[in-house]
Design a protein around this ligand. Sequence first.
Ligand code: PBG
Length: 329
Amino acid sequence: MNFPAVRMRRLRRTEAIRSLVRETRLEPGQMIYPLFICPGEGVRKAIGSMPDVYNVSVDEAIKEAEQCAELGIGGLLLFGLPAEKDEQATGAWADDGIVQTALRAMKKNRKLDKLVTIADVCLCEYTSHGHCGVVARDGDHFHIENDSSVAIIAKTAASLAKAGADVVAPSDMMDGRVEAIRAELDAAGLEQTPVLSYASKFASAFYGPFREAADSAPQFGDRRSYQMDGANLREAMREIDQDLAEGADMVLMKPAMPYLDVIREARQRYDVPMGAYQVSGEYSMLRAAFERGWLEPERAMMESLVGIRRAGADFIVTYFAKDAAKVLG
Ligand code: PBG
């Protein structure tokens, strides 16, 4: 059948009909809100390149978390800005580390029971050089050691889980980290803690604003020897295969908008729960366009999020989580 028998516009006539036939939905519970936790009390330090995003001390993080719980947001992704950094990322796995301290405070608060607390597991916020692993120097050259980094990353994951993280999410892209984390968690009696691996993480210019928020810019070199080349979709599938074989319970795809095809392909191949991270640069460029009056804020925000869901993500890590939850009511 064809026009005039078929008129596609019949089902677009009213909002009620459009809503009935809508294929993709976004709910507050499908969004994860990132928090950047810093030392001190009563601290709310604005991030220049990310409007309405702050470094917050633990007490302020609790207030943010309570607001997220009230809005029905699914969970939090926690990053830490330690008081001190060193070559071995000691602050990442310290019992009294900044995220560990925040997690213990959150777990005491019954209002936050509805939130899934996800601890980002990486070393770049804790190393003096800003790389996601251990740096080995050889004259003028350097490289990021894989296996010694993995040992510290696994220790960090167990420390965060012990402090109360519901989920640990390694974002370092070292080889073999998921297996090492699983083994370390199990050995510590934390066999119920799931691993959400950033399985498909590309070396991206869109992380720029995050590095200001997390104070984690590499002091030399870049991350291209461990994060993936943005041109590679097949390699992304191999990374996911690998992480699932090592025991990942869920996978995270990152960034989102420039890699929607990668999300789609992963959705078709794998039946595991899958999230996508709408990263800092995706947020900041939209916010910049909103400030200039170049895009309608609410519509552009919602369209960017629904597009990620339509590509196949079950949940979205996004700095818009609170704003979008308010729109969704
Ligand atoms: C840590 C990490 C990064 C992001 C999440 N975890 C930065 C990076 O890899 O350089 C980026 C998140 C964002 O841009 O919002 N390795």
